[in-house]
Design a protein around this ligand. Structure first.
Ligand code: GLN
Length: 313
């Protein structure tokens, strides 16, 4: 089935969502951020939008959830726009780790002690300290406004229950941040940097918002619906490359083989992915596999990519 159009997808999608939903019982919601454990474990929803603005959704696509690690793609882009490549890649590397997203193992083992990439927690915390702004509040507002712009949704906001839940329990991220400060990676006060990080992880979205953001990345930084150039092409290229090599944590290699699209997941169960030049896709499925990716969501994307021959490789 080489050529796909939106009608074809909309005919097939509901049955595929129902079938992938059966995977939910094999996973778990994230519990290390207590508020996330309340998400409906059996949910699966998806929204897809094409370059002409035609969209389809299936399953529980109206569910609101926090971006979590998906926000790291956009803080990376904003930090690049604020500082340029040289400054950013002085503080974070370009390589996958093969470790869990919240591991700090290599920070001590591998010199010069900078995070391996901007999509693991340590790397995203370092990136949070590079966002321009006079204080934590202004930096957080700039990140939120950037995400509102890309999603074309000015009503997006931070889920304060999730934010407080993460901030109150983030011992591991906190220890990582203090370690980074000691290594000279973080600028400013550690608690301020963490506050920016927790707030962008807690931005609440739906699948349609993620799909809209993904559509801009799928079109190299231009919103195809308005013609507005929102991100320099080079920074989208960097972001999409990291999404391919590190976006699905230490399951990115497997995802590249099974699905073959740039993607980023978050521990609330969201996945943002795209078919370059064609579709933006947002998905939610809070039941996670052992690597922290939506178990039913990965299954659904695998079906879609294989049926429509979407892999880039
Ligand atoms: N806020 C989460 C954390 O720092 C994000 C992690 C994730 O989505 N993988 O642990």
């Amino acid at each position: 089935m080489p050529r796909t159009d939106i009608e074809q997808i909309s005919t097939l999608l509901p049955a595929w969502v129902e079938s992938s939903k059966k995977q939910c019982i094999h996973g778990k919601t994230a519990s290390y951020i207590p508020e996330l454990s309340k998400a409906p474990i059996e949910a699966l929803g998806i929204h897809l939008i094409d370059s002409n603005g035609h969209s389809i959704s299936a399953g529980d696509s109206e569910l609101a959830f926090t971006m979590q690690s998906i926000s790291k793609v956009f803080t990376l882009i904003l930090a690049l726009m604020d500082n340029g490549e040289e400054v950013v890649f002085d503080k974070v590397g370009m390589e996958p780790t093969g470790d869990n997203f919240n591991s700090m193992l290599k920070l001590e083992l591998v010199q010069p002690g900078i995070p391996f990439n901007p999509l693991i927690n340590a790397g995203a915390i370092a990136i949070s300290s590079l966002i321009a702004g006079k204080d934590a509040n202004e930096k957080s507002q700039r990140v939120l406004r950037f995400i509102q712009l890309l999603s074309n949704n000015s009503s997006l906001s931070c889920d304060l229950d999730v934010y407080r839940s993460e901030s109150a329990t983030a011992n591991l991220n906190r220890s990582m941040a203090y370690f980074l400060k000691d290594n000279g990676v973080l600028q400013g006060q550690v608690e301020d940097v963490l506050d920016v990080y927790f707030r962008h992880c807690s931005i609440s979205v739906t699948c349609a918002d993620l799909a809209q953001m993904a559509l801009v990345l799928a079109h190299n930084g231009t919103n195809p619906l308005t013609g507005d150039k929102l991100i320099p092409r080079r920074y989208v290229q960097i972001a999409k490359t990291f999404m391919t090599t590190c976006g699905m944590y230490n399951a990115s290699g497997e995802f590249a083989i099974q699905v073959g699209l740039p993607a980023k997941s978050g521990v609330a169960g969201g996945i943002l992915t795209m078919v370059p030049g064609r579709y933006g896709i947002g998905l939610i499925g809070p039941s996670l596999n052992r690597k922290g990716n939506s178990i039913a969501g990965v299954n659904l994307l695998q079906t879609m990519s294989q049926q429509f021959d979407w892999s880039l490789f």
